[in-house]
Design a protein around this ligand. Structure first.
Ligand code: G3H
Ligand code: 13P
Ligand code: ZN
Length: 311
């Protein structure tokens, strides 16, 4: 099957009350690990590439791997640019075979965000590519900003209708208290998400797909495994799974996960070397890494996203 854009998958997800997993890919084992789980569950999926992943693995390699994954699996797979910083990067991805792009203008003022997003939408739609915009700003992992203390970063529901109408975006990422990385809440802090904002946004945008970034659960099993085998991760706290399940059943149609995959891959490779200190064939430890990715994605599809048998 050729790569698809997100229109059909989001329409079905919205109507069916489930979400599509959007997983960051950086190499072959990650692509295969994710798609193996999707195939076993007959689940659609979004494979997304950040600017730094594009720099690391190089655009043509990532595109080719994801295209082969779609052909081989027969699943609906979208190749998506994650956090596109500007028009030039989005254009390069659209011209280079991506079927979906995010233009992240969330750090701009409202008017500038509308202008940069609109420019990308006009170009993308001419090429059958869907566009995700963002309103409101997530805390970054290095910001050390306490999520609930930083009210300014939440999406203002009063702005969403105007943003969507004037830009023509196909989906909208909003900030309701999630954040990127493995340290989403401080130790002892009760994880909270602003579901009231999500509800308000979806009331103002009926039927419109919402995107949740920074949605790794930071699965305790893998944090513990990293530390059991020589790592030194301080207390890492992610988004509670019941909150992700709730979001999936609401207007959230795309749930972004990167950190959980990084942790599973790293934990399994650390374990591999602890148990086999003599190994030096990458295929041996990367097999464990790939299997760990499959395990995480399988779990997410069944327990959080609800996207099994929706391909
Ligand atoms: O949202 C950010 C993603 O986790 C991608 O991170 O830029 O290190 O590839 P990266
Ligand atoms: P996590 O760091 O929670 O995995 O979020 C990833 C993400 O939002 C990619 O855009
Ligand atoms: Zn993100």
């Amino acid at each position: 099957m050729p790569l698809v854009n997100t229109i059909e998958m989001f329409k079905k997800a919205y109507e069916g009350g489930y979400a599509i997993g959007a997983f960051n890919v950086n190499n072959m084992e990650i692509v295969q690990g994710i798609v193996d789980a999707c195939q076993a569950n007959n689940s659609p999926v979004i494979l997304q590439v950040s600017s730094s992943a594009r720099k690391y693995a190089r655009h043509p390699y990532l595109r080719a791997m994801v295209e082969v994954a779609a052909q081989e699996s027969g699943l609906p797979i979208a190749l998506h640019l994650d956090h596109g910083p500007d028009f030039a990067t989005c254009k390069s991805c659209i011209d280079g075979g991506f079927t979906s792009v995010m233009i992240d203008g969330s750090h701009h003022d409202f008017e500038t965000n509308i202008q940069v997003t609109k420019e990308v939408v006009e170009y993308a739609h001419k090429h059958g590519v869907t566009v995700e915009g963002e309103l409101g700003q997530l805390a970054g992992v290095e910001d050390e900003v306490s999520v609930d203390a930083d009210n300014a970063s939440y999406t203002d529901p009063a702005q969403v209708q105007e943003f969507v109408e004037r830009t023509g975006v196909d989906s909208l990422a909003i900030a309701i208290g999630t954040s990127h990385g493995a340290f989403k809440f401080k130790p002892g802090q009760k994880p909270q998400l602003r579901f009231d904002i999500l509800e308000d946004v979806s009331r103002r945008l009926p039927g419109f797909p919402i995107v949740l970034h920074g949605a790794s659960a930071v699965i305790p099993k893998y944090v513990a495994m990293v530390n059991q085998f020589g790592g030194q991760m301080p207390d890492a706290i992610g988004i509670p799974e019941e909150m992700l399940r709730k979001a999936s059943s609401m207007a959230v149609c795309k749930i972004n996960v990167d950190s959980d995959l990084r942790l599973a891959l790293t934990a399994s490779i650390r374990k591999h070397f602890a148990e086999h200190p003599d190994h030096f064939d990458p295929r041996q430890y990367l097999t464990d890494g790939r299997n760990a990715i499959t395990e995480v994605v399988d779990y997410k599809i069944k327990s959080i996203l609800g996207s099994e048998n929706k391909a």
